[in-house]
Design a protein around this ligand. Structure first.
Ligand code: MG
Length: 173
């Protein structure tokens, strides 16, 4: 049985993962409006990943016999000044999520809650990947600067992204 504190923190994390999906759909909408359909596709796929993260925590609480609570979501950022601004804001958001996962890991470690520690290890690896993805695109956008042919190529490349649920051997698939 998980402690009340851990159950409450994991429930809050479900909210943050769902909020991430919310935010990335808002970012997709901005990209679509700017005729950057590939970037929009990238963010819609990212939103799918975030919903997958939420359900992974959901399944974990369910398997542990804990009560899942779904909280309301705040309105996401809808104002962006450029595609670079979108990615800088998404990276800042992922940095925040990483800190949250570390806080959860601190609590689980203090409580010697090994099943939760195992789950969170998967999320820590996932966060490294997420931050790396966003950082890579920011670097490309900075190199592209305002060259529309290069931006078109990157948009095309991101249009190819498809959602594939990550395969995992951990208990909370
Ligand atoms: Mg996530």
């Amino acid at each position: 049985m998980l402690s009340q504190n851990l159950i409450s923190e994991v429930n809050t994390q479900i909210k943050y993962e769902l909020y991430s999906a919310h935010l990335y759909i808002a970012m997709a909408a901005y990209c679509d409006y700017e005729n950057l359909e590939g970037f929009a596709n990238f963010f819609r796929v990212q939103a799918e990943e975030e919903k997958f993260h939420a359900i992974k925590f959901y399944n974990f609480l369910n398997q542990m016999g804990s009560r899942i609570i779904i909280y309301g979501l705040d309105e996401p950022e809808n104002n962006f000044s450029s595609i670079l601004d979108v990615f800088e804001k998404s990276l800042a958001h992922e940095n925040f999520v990483t800190k949250r996962i570390y806080q959860l890991m601190d609590i689980a470690s203090e409580e010697k809650e090994y099943a939760t520690i195992s789950l969170l290890k998967w999320f820590i690896d996932e966060q490294v990947e997420e931050e790396n993805n966003f950082t890579g695109i920011i670097q490309k956008l900075k190199r592209i600067n305002n060259d529309s042919a290069s931006l078109y190529m990157l948009d095309k490349e991101l249009g190819l992204r498809v959602f594939t649920p990550p395969t995992t051997t951990t208990q909370a698939q």
